[in-house]
Design a protein around this ligand. Sequence first.
Ligand SMILES: Nc1ncnc2c1ncn2[C@@H]1O[C@H](COP(=O)(O)OP(=O)(O)OP(=O)(O)O)[C@@H](O)[C@H]1O
Ligand SMILES: [Mg+2]
Length: 445
Amino acid sequence: MIGKAVSDVVPNLVSAVLLVALSMIAMLGIDWRLGLAGAVALPMYALALRWYLPRSGPMFAAERVAMGERSQALISSMQGARTVRAYGLEKVHLAEIDRASGKARDIATGVFTLFTRFAGRGNRAEFVGLSVILVVGFALVKGDMVTVGETTAAALLFHRLFNPIGMLMYTFGEIQSAGASLARLVGVVNIPAENAPPSGAVPASAELRLTGVRHSYDGSREVVRGIDLRVEPGTRVALVGSTGAGKTTVAAIASGSVTPTAGEVSIGGVPLAELGESLREQVVIVSQEVHVFAGPLIEDLRLARPDATVEQARAALHTVGALGWADVLEDGLDTEVGEGGHTLTAAQAQQLALARLVLADPAVAVLDEATAEAGSAGARDLEVAAEAATRGRTTLVVAHRLTQAATADRVLVLEHGEVVEEGTHDELVAAGGRYAQLWTAWSGR
Ligand SMILES: Nc1ncnc2c1ncn2[C@@H]1O[C@H](COP(=O)(O)OP(=O)(O)OP(=O)(O)O)[C@@H](O)[C@H]1O
Ligand SMILES: [Mg+2]
């Protein structure tokens, strides 16, 4: 923008100034009265500029800032797409891009409206100048002081001025706009890195609470139909239920990656929506789709915590029982994994996801792992890993293996989007209801 200002604007400016000056001299040369008549328009142009410049300056500056914000939101979301995905922050990021784009659009519309009104003022000056030349010319022709040809020549010369003068006026705008860009470049270092949480509210505890949560993906069929759920700080609640009961949906809602169509989710009394950017510090979901991102193993871990040291990364791997295999990789934690690198087994990928959870160290953890898919022995290891990764955290776990429910503090049985049973494993087994059936089927395999 600044380079453009120098390379385009300067030659344009010089040629426009020359054209205006020469045309004025030519008009004065035809007849000084006709020249003066045309000059009447000049103060009007000046007035238009005086009206425009003070208004456009701040708007250009705001436009640059808004466009910068938009790019920033877009770029950071794209660069961090992996983290965004793994931590279910798509909605938050999309909303931010949406907001930034909306703002840039509104300001751009405002700038254009202003410019249109400015151009209108320029047209008014042209109209008045041409009219005065014609009226004065008419009087002079009547008085036999000039010929019709001379008047016509003056009017045509004046008409030729429209473009260069318009160019001059436009150039002032460009210069100002470039100035705004320059100010923006200088100001880049001052951009705050993160948005403050919308409300600034800090959760009073690590309690996870869902109140009257309902959800429909398509706007008609409700797959979650009024769930109230409370996970007390540091305790573990297991969600069980048959396929399609809505477990994954509830987990996604609890972690803030899906916004329910009704009801509210809060942590320590603060609704997730009000947590803003600090949401990820409060709650992290380990979902069924575990990704191993191409790159060194340690970078994969740092997605959860960019400033993690090697020691912290190793400790996290140790917690989930993955340090053993990680250490014997070709380059240890620097080994390239994922696409084009060393391929990890499904269980290893799952452990990596759990290690990320440990590094992120949120107060609330939501697990919806694909433990059932892993081999039997591996599944047991993963259960131990999940247990270790969530120890001390408020945990909502979708129990694909009922042993996960058996070790939970409380179990919720979900059917068709509703809680049909609730209690401890022992209570529910003793009650002989839906859970007891599931348990008998599970343990009798
Ligand atoms: N993204 C989606 N769009 C539309 N419908 C969906 C979507 N995700 C899930 N559903 C539907 O919502 C219902 C609940 O699905 P959900 O995945 O929450 O069940 P689940 O209990 O996790 O099942 P599973 O045990 O198979 O994982 C199902 O009928 C499913 O088809
Ligand atoms: Mg599911």
